[in-house]
Design a protein around this ligand. Sequence first.
Ligand code: MTE
Ligand code: MO
Length: 410
Amino acid sequence: MASKKKFHDPTQSSEDGNDWSNEPVDERHEDLLVHTNRPFNAEPSNKALQQMITPAKQHYRRTHAPVPLVDPATYRLSVSIEGQQPKLYSLNDLRSLRQLADGVPVTMMCTGNRRGEFNPDGQTAGLPWKNGSISTAKWGGGYLSDLLREIGITSAEQAEEDGYRFVTFWGLEEYHVSIPLAKALSRHGDVLLATSMNGGPIPRDHGYPLRAIVPGFVGARSVKWLDKVVVMKNEVKGMHQTGIAYKQIAPSIKSIVDVLKVHSKDDIAKIPPIDIIPVTSAVTAPEPGAVVRPGQTVAVAGYAYSGGGRAVIRVDVSADGGRTFQAATLSRACASQTPRSYKAWAWVQWRTEVTVPADAKAGDTLTFVCKAVDDQYNQQPHTSAPIWNVRGILNTSWGRTTASVGAARL
Ligand SMILES: Nc1nc2c(c(=O)[nH]1)N[C@H]1C(S)=C(S)[C@@H](COP(=O)(O)O)O[C@H]1N2
Ligand SMILES: [Mo]
């Protein structure tokens, strides 16, 4: 339940009918690249993306409404089986669940990461994210499966026989999505009711006081400001689940208006929304447009991630646009997130060094490229043009950045 007490400042209320006076502006790092202020959508700098664990102030933000203001004393989580009386849990009640105290490193990525790179091939509908709508934090809290057991959902098999296949999460501002019940109940799923981020309370922007964390799934399923958890027979109806938000439409369809000419609403509901991101990677150093010199050794760095707990096993890096490659050195977020653990929830950070050819000419462009391989040998598409789609989701093409060659130092 959101606090009824609002510290309303009339000078800050805006023309759109929402109350924006309670935004947690102090939580937001000044280096964030802000796409929209109301609601607040922003991504970290390349430098921040080079850290294994993203500091909370720099973790990307994806919001759709003002950030709810919650009083932890009166907050209650409602948990139910569809059509039955809900049970209410205070934050204190939730502390009695088995706790994952230290937190597990989980990479969260918005499906629209790198959408902006699609736009030269045709305008997409959505925020023009660069390569930063992805971040990694250590999330701690209780296991959702323990809470579901308390309301009588003891086994996925039994629940499925009774017709229940989904768990739906509702945020306090009405955002709602579903995940498969099997993911929520699996010992290997690690679905959390998180109360901590990077060892501290969850900042308001990221879901204070309670957030679902669904490791290995797209960011959209990790619902912030959790209000209700409902075990359901079907996935919930709504823009972020059955609607078009997380669905990839054929590249021939160039506008949202055209989507509706080709697909009825019912058709769209039948297209699966993305849960598990294919393997992807990006270059975070050098900065786009950096000037490098002939013969110079350049540090090239970036991240690579694959959904569903698949571990990245190799990242190939090229300084000549993909004609020749060298393997980068990988670092993992924690020792247990190994290949074929199927619990590699976090990205790898990779780095390598390349030498600019001594005969490179001033004014030449060097194209740095990276491509990752996961433990099931999934690989990335070479370019984004063939996977262009009007919603601009899942740009998992090779990471790319260019630098220009300056005059040789004498
Ligand atoms: N309640 C609620 N939960 C939400 C959202 C939202 O708008 N409201 N956005 C989702 C989306 S699309 C993403 S990518 C992640 C972003 O989480 P972050 O802002 O902590 O990075 O939260 C998800 N959970
Ligand atoms: Mo997202």
